[in-house]
Write a protein that binds this ligand. Structure first.
Ligand SMILES: [Fe+2]
Length: 345
């Protein structure tokens, strides 16, 4: 087995390949690491055939949809996954054949209703059903402590105790464990009666994950994260540095239109000398009147450099082929000590 373990903060992803055929699967990929997964697969000479999420993640952004689209392979999840972009929906006891490797799925609801564990040879990928020294929580949407108890004690922990455990999360830097070691030492597995286990899970009083709403929205719908929207815009937009713009303004370059896409109130307080105001929210409404020349060279800016990236992408879509965004916003411009004015042109 060719095996890569990719850790992103507490999130764990796994690239698992068949050495005879160079076929592979990718388990629980995280959105910010797409290039890393693809680079590892290329380095190891692997072709990814399936991208699998062990469940609907509530705490990080799944890369499954984006990767599957790039690789033209199916997204695999349990049948109960709410995500409309899942191509292959597994049920308990089903298996994927990946080269000479067999990927055995078991349905283990509890952390979420759509949780699965995947057994491949000597190891089991437990998602958030079983963590090293812990279990997944059961207080997020579709979580159910009774179901988790049944999945653990009635199903997962009945498998071969020598199976190595690879969870979807690990916050403690734990390296390896086995089902047997977890059964013996994992503090969450010591309350084995259903009532005691459920009472323990119901009294964990955990804080909510940082990106809960955005993670559920994007992972359940296939929609984009805000960071993805910005990255997509930044990928099609050239930037101009603060230095470069300052030098061009100082040199009196007249064919460069500096466009402030913030709101009127912010513009009136202070803006880059010579900048014209066209708030992002009014861009499409006013573009024809305010910017009649699509060949004009435009550099747009906002407070932090994010909204101006979106505005510049919109301008380029509208045909302003020479629109660029300032690398940084008025905040960075001010901190750099470059000139400001409150006077409108
Ligand atoms: Fe989870």
């Amino acid at each position: 087995m060719i095996f890569e373990h990719i850790s992103t903060g507490g999130c764990q992803s796994y690239l698992v390949g068949c050495p005879d055929t160079c076929s592979a699967i990718l388990i629980d990929p995280e959105l910010s690491r797409i290039d890393r997964y693809l680079a590892l697969a290329a380095r190891d000479g692997l072709r990814i055939h399936y991208v699998i999420d062990t469940h609907t993640h509530a705490d990080h952004f799944s890369a499954s949809r984006a990767l599957a689209a790039q690789l033209d392979v199916p997204v695999v999840m349990h049948r109960f996954s709410p995500a409309p972009y899942v191509d292959l929906r597994l049920e308990d006891g089903e298996m994927l054949v990946v080269g000479k490797m067999r990927v055995q799925a078991m349905h283990t609801p509890g952390h979420t209703r759509d949780s699965i564990c995947l057994r491949i040879e000597d190891r089991i990928f437990t998602g958030d059903t079983l963590l090293i020294g812990g279990t997944g929580r059961t207080d997020l949407p579709t979580g159910n402590p009774e179901a988790l108890h049944d999945s653990l004690f009635g199903h997962l922990l009945k498998l071969d105790p020598a199976l190595q455990v690879y969870p979807a999360h690990d916050y403690k830097g734990a390296s390896a464990s086995t089902l047997g070691a977890e059964l013996a030492n994992n503090p969450r597995l010591q309350k084995r009666s259903r009532e005691e286990f459920v009472a323990m899970m119901n009294n964990l009083n955990l804080g909510m994950p940082t990106h809960l709403n955005e993670a559920l929205r994007t992972n359940m719908s296939g929609g984009k994260t805000v960071a993805q929207m910005l990255a997509d815009a930044a990928a099609v937009v050239p930037f101009m540095s603060l230095d470069e713009l300052n030098a061009r303004i100082a040199a009196g370059e007249s064919d460069l239109l500096v466009l402030d896409v913030r709101e009127r109130e912010a513009y009136d307080k202070a803006h880059i000398p010579g900048a014209r105001l066209l708030p992002r929210g009014q861009l499409e409404l006013r573009v024809n009147q305010d910017l009649p020349d699509p060949t004009r060279r435009i550099v747009s800016y906002c407070e932090f450099g994010r909204i101006s990236t979106l505005a510049t992408a919109t301008l380029r879509e509208l045909g302003f082929a020479r629109a660029v965004a300032l690398d940084g916003g008025l905040r960075a411009w001010t901190e750099a000590g470059y000139p400001l004015t409150a006077k409108s042109d």
